[in-house]
Design a protein around this ligand. Structure first.
Ligand code: NDP
Length: 249
């Protein structure tokens, strides 16, 4: 029980990596709060977590609503020990066809909202707590169509190190999980049929040394390391869970 008596807040906890992390954190004894926008998937996640998580319906790009939701949650659960700033969107568009609106939408969710999620949680975060950001191998790997997304994840990577420095006086550790291609609903817009998904799995898996995409639980276990006292003297780093994609020749 590595998170006994700990309170963990996970944004985007109603799907994919966030939901898998909520399960792992609950199994390790944490009190878990999950956020999401979609009422239907939030309800499904609440059920999947056995009714043991507090759910918050909030759009993280709405800073005032996020501040209110976190304050309300902290009143119910007590101060947070762990924040997993995980909510994010993917989007690929060719450089020449990306509108300012599309670019701003991805920056708002994956970068601006991550910054303000952490800022909004800070007053409710215990000293000695753990903040975990969700990056991506796209911060260091090039792929056509991913420039806007990659820009957000490169910035998240930089923020991890700077926030680690800023929050160290409070004993708050700031680290990042860095997934490679991971099997979650984020890929549905790009691979909506079973055939398209297996083609995508083969292509993304084939880019790694171990030959497959990650499971969401494999990212969750890296988040658990950062959340628990196993990493009590670790801050400002990332764990890359990509089957070796970023080490492949
Ligand atoms: P999912 O689509 O399964 O989950 C994304 C989550 O983010 C959902 O819970 C979604 O909630 C939430 N979210 C998105 N936008 C908002 C918003 N404006 N306000 C509140 N919640 C929001 O994808 P993953 O689990 O794969 O993605 C989680 C993180 O992992 C992302 O940051 C992504 O960039 C990162 N990642 C994923 C990889 C992969 O291959 N899967 C690889 C590298 C990084 P709702 O559905 O309610 O909108």
């Amino acid at each position: 029980m590595r998170l006994q008596n700990k309170v963990a807040l996970i944004t985007g906890g109603n799907s994919g990596i966030g939901l898998a992390t909520a399960k792992v954190f609950l199994e390790e004894g944490a009190k878990v709060v999950i956020t999401g926008r979609n009422a239907e998937t939030l309800a499904a996640a609440e059920k999947a977590l056995g009714g043991n998580a507090l759910t918050l319906k909030v759009d993280v790009t709405d800073v005032a609503a996020t501040e209110r939701a976190f304050a309300e949650a902290a009143e119910k659960t007590g101060k947070f020990d762990v924040l997993f700033a995980n909510a994010g969107v993917a989007g690929t568009t060719p450089l020449g066809a990306t509108s300012l609106e599309q670019f701003n939408a991805i920056i708002n969710t994956n970068l601006t909202a991550v910054f303000f999620t952490i800022q909004s949680a800070l007053p409710h975060l215990n000293d000695g707590g753990s903040v975990i950001l969700n990056g991506s191998v796209h911060a260091v790997l090039g792929a056509p169509g991913w420039s806007a997304y990659a820009a957000t994840k490169g910035a998240v990577r930089a923020m991890t190190r700077n926030m680690a420095s800023e929050l160290a006086p409070r004993g708050i550790r700031v680290n990042q999980v860095t997934p490679g291609g991971t099997k979650t609903p984020i890929w549905q817009p790009l691979a909506s049929t079973a055939d398209a998904m297996s083609g995508l799995e083969a292509r993304l898996g084939g880019m790694s040394l171990l030959g497959r995409m990650s499971e969401a639980e494999e990212i969750a276990k890296a988040a658990l390391y950062f959340a628990s006292s196993d990493s009590s003297n670790v801050t400002g780093i990332e764990i890359v869970v990509d089957g070796g994609a970023t080490s492949a020749p």
